[in-house]
Design a protein around this ligand. Structure first.
Ligand code: ZN
Length: 171
Protein backbone atom coordinates (compact mmCIF):
# COMPACT_ATOMS: atom_id res chain seq x y z
CA UNK A 1 0.00 0.00 0.00
CA UNK A 2 1.14 3.51 -0.70
CA UNK A 3 -0.21 7.02 -0.36
CA UNK A 4 -0.32 8.64 -3.78
CA UNK A 5 0.04 12.32 -4.68
CA UNK A 6 -3.28 14.00 -5.46
CA UNK A 7 -3.23 16.44 -8.38
CA UNK A 8 -4.56 19.93 -7.65
CA UNK A 9 -6.39 22.33 -9.93
CA UNK A 10 -5.27 23.91 -12.29
CA UNK A 11 -3.02 20.94 -13.12
CA UNK A 12 -3.84 20.10 -16.75
CA UNK A 13 -3.46 16.37 -16.09
CA UNK A 14 -6.84 16.58 -14.30
CA UNK A 15 -8.31 17.20 -17.77
CA UNK A 16 -7.18 13.82 -19.13
CA UNK A 17 -9.97 11.47 -20.24
CA UNK A 18 -9.52 8.05 -18.56
CA UNK A 19 -9.40 4.83 -20.58
CA UNK A 20 -11.50 1.77 -19.72
CA UNK A 21 -9.80 -0.97 -17.70
CA UNK A 22 -9.23 -4.00 -19.93
CA UNK A 23 -8.67 -6.49 -17.17
CA UNK A 24 -9.07 -6.22 -13.40
CA UNK A 25 -5.62 -7.63 -12.69
CA UNK A 26 -3.20 -7.32 -9.76
CA UNK A 27 -1.98 -3.95 -11.01
CA UNK A 28 -5.52 -2.52 -10.91
CA UNK A 29 -6.15 -4.09 -7.50
CA UNK A 30 -2.97 -2.48 -6.20
CA UNK A 31 -4.15 0.87 -7.58
CA UNK A 32 -7.51 0.38 -5.81
CA UNK A 33 -5.75 -0.33 -2.47
CA UNK A 34 -3.48 2.68 -2.86
CA UNK A 35 -6.43 4.90 -3.80
CA UNK A 36 -8.33 3.84 -0.65
CA UNK A 37 -5.30 4.57 1.48
CA UNK A 38 -4.85 7.97 -0.20
CA UNK A 39 -8.54 8.84 0.13
CA UNK A 40 -8.54 8.03 3.86
CA UNK A 41 -5.30 9.90 4.43
CA UNK A 42 -6.87 12.98 2.81
CA UNK A 43 -10.18 12.53 4.67
CA UNK A 44 -12.06 12.22 1.40
CA UNK A 45 -15.20 10.21 0.68
CA UNK A 46 -14.37 9.50 -2.96
CA UNK A 47 -11.40 9.46 -5.30
CA UNK A 48 -11.03 8.94 -9.03
CA UNK A 49 -7.85 7.49 -10.57
CA UNK A 50 -7.49 10.68 -12.62
CA UNK A 51 -6.79 12.57 -9.38
CA UNK A 52 -3.74 10.42 -8.68
CA UNK A 53 -2.52 10.78 -12.28
CA UNK A 54 -3.58 7.29 -13.36
CA UNK A 55 -5.83 7.64 -16.37
CA UNK A 56 -7.96 4.52 -16.14
CA UNK A 57 -11.64 4.27 -15.24
CA UNK A 58 -11.35 3.45 -11.55
CA UNK A 59 -13.24 5.14 -8.71
CA UNK A 60 -13.15 4.37 -4.99
CA UNK A 61 -15.65 5.69 -2.47
CA UNK A 62 -16.92 5.40 1.05
CA UNK A 63 -19.83 7.67 1.90
CA UNK A 64 -20.74 5.89 5.15
CA UNK A 65 -20.41 7.79 8.44
CA UNK A 66 -18.13 5.18 9.97
CA UNK A 67 -16.06 4.78 6.79
CA UNK A 68 -16.74 1.05 6.73
CA UNK A 69 -18.54 0.63 3.40
CA UNK A 70 -15.80 0.78 0.77
CA UNK A 71 -17.03 0.76 -2.81
CA UNK A 72 -15.06 0.29 -6.02
CA UNK A 73 -16.38 1.19 -9.46
CA UNK A 74 -14.39 0.04 -12.49
CA UNK A 75 -15.52 1.21 -15.95
CA UNK A 76 -18.66 2.79 -14.45
CA UNK A 77 -21.46 3.83 -16.76
CA UNK A 78 -24.57 5.76 -15.76
CA UNK A 79 -27.53 4.14 -17.50
CA UNK A 80 -30.29 6.21 -15.89
CA UNK A 81 -30.47 9.60 -14.16
CA UNK A 82 -33.49 11.11 -12.50
CA UNK A 83 -34.65 14.23 -10.68
CA UNK A 84 -32.43 17.00 -9.43
CA UNK A 85 -30.90 18.12 -6.17
CA UNK A 86 -28.51 20.80 -5.03
CA UNK A 87 -25.74 19.83 -2.66
CA UNK A 88 -22.53 21.36 -1.46
CA UNK A 89 -19.54 19.70 -3.08
CA UNK A 90 -15.85 19.84 -2.39
CA UNK A 91 -12.95 18.05 -4.02
CA UNK A 92 -9.51 16.84 -2.94
CA UNK A 93 -8.18 18.37 -6.17
CA UNK A 94 -9.69 21.79 -5.38
CA UNK A 95 -8.57 22.06 -1.73
CA UNK A 96 -10.82 23.75 0.84
CA UNK A 97 -13.29 25.10 -1.72
CA UNK A 98 -16.97 24.25 -1.67
CA UNK A 99 -19.86 25.14 -3.92
CA UNK A 100 -23.51 24.23 -4.41
CA UNK A 101 -23.93 22.06 -7.49
CA UNK A 102 -27.14 20.88 -9.12
CA UNK A 103 -27.20 17.24 -10.27
CA UNK A 104 -29.69 14.41 -10.77
CA UNK A 105 -30.80 13.09 -7.35
CA UNK A 106 -30.61 9.44 -8.36
CA UNK A 107 -28.77 7.34 -10.90
CA UNK A 108 -28.32 3.70 -11.91
CA UNK A 109 -24.76 2.61 -12.54
CA UNK A 110 -23.31 -0.41 -14.30
CA UNK A 111 -19.69 -1.20 -13.49
CA UNK A 112 -17.18 -3.93 -12.72
CA UNK A 113 -16.50 -4.67 -9.07
CA UNK A 114 -13.15 -5.44 -7.41
CA UNK A 115 -13.35 -9.02 -8.70
CA UNK A 116 -14.02 -7.87 -12.25
CA UNK A 117 -17.67 -8.97 -12.10
CA UNK A 118 -20.38 -6.99 -13.87
CA UNK A 119 -22.39 -5.13 -11.21
CA UNK A 120 -25.34 -2.79 -10.91
CA UNK A 121 -26.21 -0.14 -8.33
CA UNK A 122 -29.21 2.12 -7.82
CA UNK A 123 -27.81 5.20 -6.11
CA UNK A 124 -29.57 8.10 -4.41
CA UNK A 125 -28.65 11.20 -2.44
CA UNK A 126 -25.04 11.57 -1.33
CA UNK A 127 -23.99 8.31 -2.99
CA UNK A 128 -25.48 9.40 -6.34
CA UNK A 129 -23.86 12.84 -6.06
CA UNK A 130 -20.50 11.31 -5.23
CA UNK A 131 -20.65 8.81 -8.10
CA UNK A 132 -21.45 11.57 -10.59
CA UNK A 133 -18.69 13.81 -9.19
CA UNK A 134 -16.08 11.03 -9.44
CA UNK A 135 -17.23 9.92 -12.90
CA UNK A 136 -16.81 13.52 -14.04
CA UNK A 137 -13.15 13.28 -13.00
CA UNK A 138 -12.73 10.33 -15.37
CA UNK A 139 -13.94 12.63 -18.16
CA UNK A 140 -11.61 15.45 -17.09
CA UNK A 141 -14.43 17.53 -15.59
CA UNK A 142 -14.26 19.31 -12.21
CA UNK A 143 -17.21 20.45 -10.10
CA UNK A 144 -16.15 24.08 -10.48
CA UNK A 145 -16.75 23.74 -14.23
CA UNK A 146 -20.49 23.88 -13.45
CA UNK A 147 -20.19 27.29 -11.79
CA UNK A 148 -20.68 30.67 -13.38
CA UNK A 149 -17.51 32.36 -14.60
CA UNK A 150 -17.70 34.82 -11.68
CA UNK A 151 -17.93 32.11 -9.02
CA UNK A 152 -15.20 30.08 -10.70
CA UNK A 153 -12.92 33.13 -10.79
CA UNK A 154 -13.55 33.73 -7.06
CA UNK A 155 -12.57 30.15 -6.24
CA UNK A 156 -9.45 30.36 -8.39
CA UNK A 157 -8.44 33.58 -6.62
CA UNK A 158 -8.92 31.97 -3.22
CA UNK A 159 -6.90 28.94 -4.31
CA UNK A 160 -4.01 31.06 -5.50
CA UNK A 161 -3.99 32.96 -2.18
CA UNK A 162 -3.99 29.66 -0.31
CA UNK A 163 -0.75 28.72 -1.98
CA UNK A 164 0.73 32.13 -1.28
CA UNK A 165 1.37 32.73 -4.96
CA UNK A 166 0.54 35.89 -6.90
CA UNK A 167 -2.73 35.70 -8.78
CA UNK A 168 -1.79 35.08 -12.36
CA UNK A 169 -4.46 32.67 -13.45
CA UNK A 170 -6.89 33.96 -16.04
CA UNK A 171 -10.11 32.15 -17.00
ZN1 ZN B 1 -13.27 15.57 -6.88
Amino acid sequence: MAILDVLSFPDERLRTVAKPVEEVNDEIKQLVSDMFETMKDENGIGLAATQVNRHVQVVVMDVSEDQNEPRVFINPEIIRKDGSTISEEGCLSVPNQFAEINRPISCDVEYLNYNGEKSFLKAEGLLATCIQHEMDHLEGILFIDYLSKLKKTMIIKKLSKQKGKPDRIVV
